[in-house]
Design a binder for this molecule. Sequence first.
Ligand SMILES: NC(=O)c1ccc[n+]([C@@H]2O[C@H](COP(=O)([O-])OP(=O)(O)OC[C@H]3O[C@@H](n4cnc5c(N)ncnc54)[C@H](OP(=O)(O)O)[C@@H]3O)[C@@H](O)[C@H]2O)c1
Length: 322
Amino acid sequence: MSRYDNLEYRRAGRSGLDLPVFSLGLWQKFGTDFSYDTQRAIVLHAFELGITHFDNADRYGPPSRAAQQFFGKVLRRDLAGHRDELILTTKAGNPIGDGPYQQGGSRKSLLSSLDNSLRDLGVDYVDVFYHHRADLSTPLEETVGALVSAVQRGKALYVGVSNYDPARTAEIAALLRVAGVPLLVHQPRYSILDRSIEENGLLDTATADGFGVVVYSPLAQGLLTDKYLTGIPAGARARTSAFLKPEQITDEYRRRATILNKLAADRGQTLAQLALQWVLRRPEITSALIGASSTGQLDHNLGALAFPALTDDELAIIDGAI
Ligand SMILES: NC(=O)c1ccc[n+]([C@@H]2O[C@H](COP(=O)([O-])OP(=O)(O)OC[C@H]3O[C@@H](n4cnc5c(N)ncnc54)[C@H](OP(=O)(O)O)[C@@H]3O)[C@@H](O)[C@H]2O)c1
């Protein structure tokens, strides 16, 4: 039995690259405020389960760059012999500090961030270099030029964008195609609680332009698990992170989550497993980018793949609950 027998791998758009249907992100709980041993155990367990794709950004921590420096340590100590089996990503463009050079879409900020990320990770190249979010104040040609340079200089194998709207995505995809560096992937948010990429046309653009879609926060940061149904447990993200606030655990949220939780129970699975199956039901989705604060969460979430596909009636119940 090989680690590659656990998971399905899907082709990223019309590229030659396969990604696991579950990828691990290091946004939260991979900073200096969380145990190194726990973080290391999660990364190594993910790899053993067939998760070859690890998503990072210059900004992840806290503080900024800490998640990449942590990952660099694990890579050096534990995974050094596996670089050719790992898909490592980084992103630049979201603010990571004061001043004009630590954010945006300029050639200056993107390429200096990438150099710092390569140093943090201790690698010569990343597999995917993303522009983290659109920067309307910088000409798109300049951002494209920086992404193309990253590939031409051997510092990235592929390029991606995150949080771009469909029109700007189509625009950058066209410019990158002409430059001979096709857009590999888009990284948007997508979950039962946020279906905007179905409605705004991004998934249609992905099909038309041939890029893959790696979706983040498929569990809505934990809201699409059973952990907040009766309270807010100690240590849960709604208590530890500025990005998920206790005020988001409203009565209306609990009403919806309770319906979804019952549907999951009727299927013999958990809400987390239902939510993950739901995002992967669309063929445009290459991978669901999950976070984890324990190895148990990884085991549990990958268990989603053991269940039969959602039926039309079940999908209608989900639509009706939201
Ligand atoms: N491009 C962007 O702008 C952007 C933005 C956000 C995220 N991302 C990427 O997407 C990745 C994933 O985002 P995310 O962490 O928000 O994804 P998520 O999968 O929606 O949420 C993960 C969190 O949910 C909780 N959880 C997971 N499995 C659980 C289970 N079985 N039972 C109970 N709780 C469970 C854990 O939080 P606790 O245990 O701590 O409560 C875990 O850290 C990030 O690491 C990052 O790489 C990208």
